[in-house]
Design a protein around this ligand. Structure first.
Ligand code: SF4
Length: 203
């Protein structure tokens, strides 16, 4: 890439740069929506993201070190978030019997309520996607998965649990056919997961 995606003369001649600029606008929308939701509950955006993550992920992922990797933050920053959420009565810790320094994080009833409510902050982003033709949804999903995969390989997104990097994923016919050996089923493009509970990292 020789010219900036934000150089308007270049951008207006380049479809690739306009796609990047469009993705940047969408990332702004995520930030704005998350801020609005956070303010309503007197929380920070990170606190809301952690609550939503805790709501939808299993015990082994609900630990400080995992959350630090997930959100690309230091353990100290996540520990501060955990402390603040504990003080607000939204989460609780359950120490592990074999290692009293390590604990699993649980949502309290109030935490669960707020996490459920705030987890709909993407409503306005979801709405236009709903309106797309099925083929366009499929192409969009595939393109986004490829971008995420590249960002993962480049070390920018460290944790992801998508099919394409899973030990159970098989691909054939020059990337046209997808198969999950764990579920023992063919995956259509629209079945490819971006955050799979059964994900297993390739050895
Ligand atoms: S286990 Fe999950 S992530 Fe892995 S291939 Fe199967 S569906 Fe995809």
């Amino acid at each position: 890439m020789e010219q900036s995606d934000f150089d308007l003369q270049h951008q207006n001649r380049s479809v690739e740069s306009r796609i990047v600029a469009a993705l940047e606008k969408i990332s702004q929308a995520f930030r704005v929506l998350l801020w609005q939701e956070s303010r309503e509950f007197s929380l920070t955006p990170t606190q809301v993201q952690v609550l939503i993550f805790l709501l939808h992920h299993s015990e082994e992922k609900r630990k400080v070190s995992y959350l630090a990797d997930e959100f690309n933050m230091t353990k100290a920053t996540i520990s501060d978030t955990v402390k603040a959420l504990t003080q607000k009565g939204l989460i609780a810790k359950a120490y592990e019997p074999e290692d009293t320094r390590s604990y699993i994080i649980y949502l309290t009833e109030k935490g669960r309520e707020i996490a459920s409510e705030t987890s709909f902050f993407t409503r306005e982003i979801h709405a236009p996607i709903d309106q797309l033709h099925a083929d366009d949804k499929e192409n969009l999903l595939l393109s986004l998965l490829n971008i995420i995969r590249h960002l993962n390989k480049a070390g920018i997104i460290t944790i992801q649990r998508m099919c394409m990097t899973c030990a159970h994923y098989q691909v054939s016919d020059r990337g046209q056919k997808h198969f999950c050996t764990l579920l023992n089923q063919k995956l259509e493009v629209t079945d490819i997961r971006i955050d799979c509970p059964e994900y297993e990292m390739k050895a």
